[in-house]
Design a binder for this molecule. Structure first.
Ligand code: FAD
Ligand code: NDP
Length: 431
């Protein structure tokens, strides 16, 4: 079977939901756009999955968090797409792409042709069995975390895990490790975090900041194993029983969550458009999300684009980036004259227990860092200073005004004053 569309978005995740909203806003024609995805749901706000979705009580469920509710837009349920003449092909996995013939072919043999393609295939969770070849990683009870089905499988297993000991090992001290680990402990599970660096979120937190969260987790009963690699898993009757660390330590576990990073889904396009082999990886695009093929665009987690304000190429696996690149690519296609090159201010956030932080701008290992605020009051932060200028601003416990101040400071990149530590976000009022 063959279907022809003017526009096809491959991948129905966060970026595509915002691209569809922009398509409708820009007056895109009915019947012109198809979104093809292997997930069984139309686009939803993926960040919810590792946060409120896992709460023991009052957890949201679809359709409650379809895009674009997280970005302040309307909730686009399946009917919304129908109403606007957008064909949403769910449970449809594309197994090959031919950019020269402008076709995509699904695993069931269906062919889709397009005039313009937007690749929005996102990233996939690192699989300990296939990506790292960790012995025992194919045992039952070991989960990756990326979509609704992963979250549902984990939630469904909790009572059985509890009945067999209730011990969970979370591999990774990054976003998934911290968010999923904190929420599983709220279910009364005995959670241990295992990760290779000295501190949690080491690429983002300073040691001073990380120790605050580490103490917080320990006080909540979560056990921490920094500077540790999970090198194998042991099991009985096909089910995981232990995680084994590089130094030989064995940690009992009836459930293991892998939060060991993500990989961009670019393989379909290898040899057809320019991909970046080295860091940051992904599909190379320009400031309008256009790839090396003028009829192909890339958005979201896979797009590697020029980050104007810091003069580097970046790829961001974060939702604000997905939302904005999705909208920008549609705008570049439908209204090229009105579309400026992307000028992104990086934005990161997380929420765990009753805590929540935001970071605007840039942070790099060689930056000078300036601490402000009070850990005792759960209101503190870090400024990242490069070449004498404040290039990034992080804060735990900021209210709306303080978070807006972080953004203002990171955008302005002011010269760092000598009283930066005592000024804190008060610096924004001087700009
Ligand atoms: P995705 O949302 O991953 O969508 C890609 C889609 O493409 C998926 O539906 C996938 O199934 C489909 N697909 C891929 N290949 C194919 C194929 N061959 N055929 C058909 N379909 C295909 N960011 C933040 O900033 N803050 C957060 O708090 C936050 N929390 C997160 C929590 C979790 C659990 C995860 C996994 C990510 C989180 N992120 C967060 C990151 C954010 O969700 C991503 O940056 C965002 O989802 C990227 O959007 P995307 O559309 O590029 O990719
Ligand atoms: P991260 O890259 O944040 O963290 C991965 C962690 O796993 C790192 O600490 C990594 O160490 C560690 N690790 C890797 N291999 C092992 C191992 N064998 N044993 C122990 N630890 C190991 O990725 P996540 O998995 O947390 O997140 C996946 C994706 O989801 C990312 O795109 C992320 O941006 C996104 N996400 C974002 C959220 C947010 O923005 N709030 C929330 C949840 C997910 P090392 O760095 O040394 O490799």
């Amino acid at each position: 079977m063959a279907s022809n569309y003017k526009y096809v978005i491959l991948g129905g995740g966060n970026a595509s939901g915002y691209a569809a909203a922009e398509f409708v806003k820009r007056g895109g024609g009915k019947g012109e756009l198809a979104i093809i995805t292997r997930e069984p749901h139309v686009a939803y706000e993926r960040p919810t999955l590792s946060k409120a979705y896992l709460f023991p009580e009052g957890a949201p469920r679809l359709p409650g968090f379809h895009t674009c509710v997280g970005g302040g837009g309307s909730k686009q349920e399946p009917e919304w797409y129908k109403e606007h003449g957008i064909d949403y092909k769910l449970k449809t996995e594309i197994k090959s792409a031919d950019v020269s013939k402008k076709t995509l072919t699904s695993t069931s043999g269906e062919t889709f042709s397009y005039e313009k393609l937007i690749i929005a295939t996102g990233a996939r969770a690192v699989d300990l069995a296939t990506d790292f070849k960790t012995p025992g990683a194919d045992l039952k009870g070991i989960y990756s975390f990326r979509d609704v089905e992963d979250a549902d499988s984990i939630l469904a297993a909790i009572s059985d895990v509890k009945s067999r000991g209730g011990k969970v090992v979370v591999v990774g001290g990054g976003y998934i490790g911290m968010e999923v680990g904190s929420n599983l402990s709220k279910h009364g599970l005995d959670v241990t975090l295992v990760w290779p660096e000295k501190h949690l979120m080491e690429r983002l937190f300073t040691p001073e900041v990380a120790t605050f969260y580490e103490e917080y987790y320990k006080n909540k009963g979560i056990k921490l194993h920094p500077e540790a690699l999970a090198t194998s898993f042991e099991g009985k009757d096909g089910k995981v029983t232990h995680a084994v660390l590089k130094d030989g330590t064995k940690i009992e576990a009836q459930m293991v969550i892998s939060g060991a990073g993500a990989r961009p889904n670019v393989e379909l396009f290898e040899g057809q458009i320019d991909l970046l082999k080295d860091k940051p990886g992904g599909v190379k695009v320009d400031g309008k999300m256009q790839t090396s093929n003028p009829d192909v665009y890339a958005i979201g987690d896979i797009a590697a684009y020029p980050l104007k304000r810091y003069g580097i190429t970046t790829r961001q696996e974060h939702v604000a980036n997905a939302r904005q690149t999705g909208a920008l690519a549609i705008s570049a296609i439908l209204a090229p004259g009105e579309t400026q090159d992307f000028d992104y201010l990086p934005f990161f956030y997380s929420r765990v227990f009753d805590l929540g932080w935001q970071l605007y701008g840039s942070n790099a290992p060689d930056d000078e860092t300036v601490f402000f605020g009070s850990k005792a009051d759960k209101k503190f932060g870090t400024f990242y200073v490069r070449d004498g200028k404040v290039v990034g601003a992080f804060m735990e416990g900021g209210d709306n005004d303080e978070n807006a101040a972080l953004s203002k400071i990171a955008k302005a990149q002011p010269k760092a004053p000598s009283d930066l530590a005592s000024l804190g976000v008060g610096l924004a009022s001087k700009l």
